[in-house]
Design a protein around this ligand. Structure first.
Ligand SMILES: C[S@@+](CC[C@H](N)C(=O)[O-])C[C@H]1O[C@@H](n2cnc3c(N)ncnc32)[C@H](O)[C@@H]1O
Length: 197
């Protein structure tokens, strides 16, 4: 079987990696939610050799992630754990950071709610939740490309869609995390960072 490949991951790993390198210089462990192809994990684990990058996703993506991990021969990546945020048991050990890319608009809103609550429970004190993807601000998606993307998502599945920043920030506050950074990223994406209080 060919390795899964995402062109978007190839395009965005460098700018995301630059922010993570700045933010995670003293972190020892990261949990990635929805690792997808596994490309991000390999890139970021290479860029951040001082920390352990733990991949996770729904079971159907594990064989692809494992192909990327096996080929990388990196020893600071953990093989994927089965983690559907609303169905599976979360790891019990604390992580210094949680990273997730392009997941909040794919999950149904109740799953996003659970993700924020469980992320806060998984982070060590002062830990960071880094969430990458397109966002809506004050009810408006300003970029035409993101508006079209939002329409496609909702046509495919009405429970999906680009999320409102204020709603995500409220979930974070309720879960005991405060906004640290809102980074503008290429291709009309954002990299939001909350810190566990
Ligand atoms: C658009 S892909 C993004 C994959 C990768 N993070 C990236 O940026 O290329 C969405 C990912 O979210 C995962 N996902 C969707 N619903 C999920 C859930 N309830 N719990 C955990 N992961 C979920 C999918 O399995 C998939 O890997």
């Amino acid at each position: 079987m060919n390795k899964p490949f995402s062109q978007a991951c190839e395009n965005n790993h460098s700018p995301i990696g630059a922010v993570l390198t700045r933010l995670l210089s003293t972190s020892a462990s990261v949990l990635e939610l929805g690792s997808g192809t596994g490309q991000h994990a390999v890139w970021f684990a290479q860029q951040l050799p001082h920390l352990h990058w733990q991949t996770s996703d729904r079971m159907e993506n594990h064989s692809g992630i494992n192909q990327w991990l096996d080929e990388s021969e990196l020893d600071n990546i953990g093989a994927p754990i089965a983690l559907d945020v609303s169905r599976d048991a979360w790891p019990t050990e604390p992580f210094d950071a949680v990273f997730s890319s392009n997941t909040a608009h794919i999950m149904a809103w109740p799953e996003v709610e659970i993700m924020f609550s469980r992320v806060a429970g998984t982070l060590s004190a002062g830990g960071l939740f880094c969430l990458y993807g397109p966002m809506k601000y004050s009810g408006v998606i300003t970029e035409e490309s993101n508006r079209a993307f939002d329409h496609r998502l909702k046509a495919h599945n009405p429970r999906q869609g680009i999320r409102e920043f204020n709603d995500l920030d409220q979930l974070a506050l309720t879960a005991g995390m405060s906004l640290l950074e809102d980074n503008a990223m290429p291709a009309n994406n954002r990299l939001l960072v909350w810190q566990k209080l």
